[in-house]
Design a protein around this ligand. Structure first.
Ligand code: KIV
Length: 287
């Protein structure tokens, strides 16, 4: 990516929607994944609370804490010079008091240097979203399949498949726009509904498992690169088999250590013969 590349802002994204330029967002959780995504030209890096599942080994996003998010977002923002970094507000915080959600947003921006935050939910958290946007904190919404509510939803299932829930999602999206969110993630909804929502609101709609007609797409980097094993959701396209390559590399390293094939001559440094003599000499002298 050229150094002349400009920093992505909320205005950049609004313009991209207006000009129908697709927005590319991907998750990042540490310095190397952020560096790779930034250098690959991603417009947005999402420090998603998927962190809990793909990096920390939990079976859902629920155990992820604000401190986890801050720790990982700090590493991502150190690498991101141009891409916009958005950090997830973790489980439950969005539903607590206005003060608590404001404090969480402030910590993610001040300590971790995120550009803004993402919150899962609609009308039930609208007053907290308004408080954040009124305090100058850029907010990205998240509707459809909201993984923090996985236990209540009964699994990672496509949302908005009947008239009532589809209409509710459309209304929620309009409500979030009114509350001041600058963008909206729409997860696991039928393509036709995602298109209707993207065409009904003025802010960029970024889809994940939401079809081809959103204003942008987001995927989890571990899925895109097959970093965490062979399984991935059906809406994911795998662009690299990095997990396999890493395992193969480490297996070869382990074998070579065990066979004394590593280190080789080129990996070794030497003492000068003078120094060797002095060292042996002093050893002799010690006796
Ligand atoms: O946590 C996350 O990675 C997300 C994306 C799946 C949108 O919220």
């Amino acid at each position: 990516m050229s150094e002349s590349r400009k920093k992505v802002t909320t205005r950049t994204l609004a313009k991209m929607k207006q000009e129908r330029e697709p927005i590319a967002m991907i998750t990042a959780y540490d310095y190397p994944t952020a560096m790779i995504a930034e250098q690959a030209g991603a417009d947005l890096l999402l420090v998603g609370d998927s962190l809990g599942m793909v990096v920390l080994g939990y079976d859902s996003t629920i155990p992820v804490t604000l401190d986890d998010m801050i720790h990982h977002t700090k590493a991502v923002t150190r690498a991101a010079k141009h891409s916009m970094v958005i950090a997830d507000i973790p489980f439950m915080l969005a539903h607590l008091s206005k003060d608590e959600v404001l404090r969480a947003g402030a910590r993610l921006m001040q300590e971790a240097r995120a550009y803004g935050v993402k919150l899962e939910g609609g009308s039930e958290i609208i007053s907290n979203i308004q408080a954040l946007t009124m305090a100058g904190i850029p907010v990205m919404g998240h509707l459809g399949l909201t993984p923090q509510s996985v236990n209540q939803l009964g699994g990672y299932l496509v949302q908005g498949k009947d008239v009532e829930t589809a209409q509710r999602l459309l209304e929620e999206a309009k409500g979030l726009e009114e509350a001041g969110v600058f963008s909206l993630v729409l997860e696991c909804v039928p393509e036709e509904l995602a298109q209707m929502i993207a065409e009904s609101i003025h802010i960029p709609v970024i889809g994940i498992g939401a079809g081809r007609y959103c204003d942008g797409q987001v995927l989890v980097i571990h899925d895109v690169l097959a970093l965490g094993g062979d399984w991935h959701p059906s809406f994911v396209k795998v662009y690299g088999e990095i997990g396999k390559a890493m395992k193969q590399g480490v297996q070869t390293y382990v074998q070579e250590v065990k066979q004394r094939a590593f280190p080789e001559a080129s990996h070794v440094s030497h003492l000068s013969s003078d120094l060797i003599e002095q060292l042996y000499g002093s050893k002799e002298g010690d006796k």
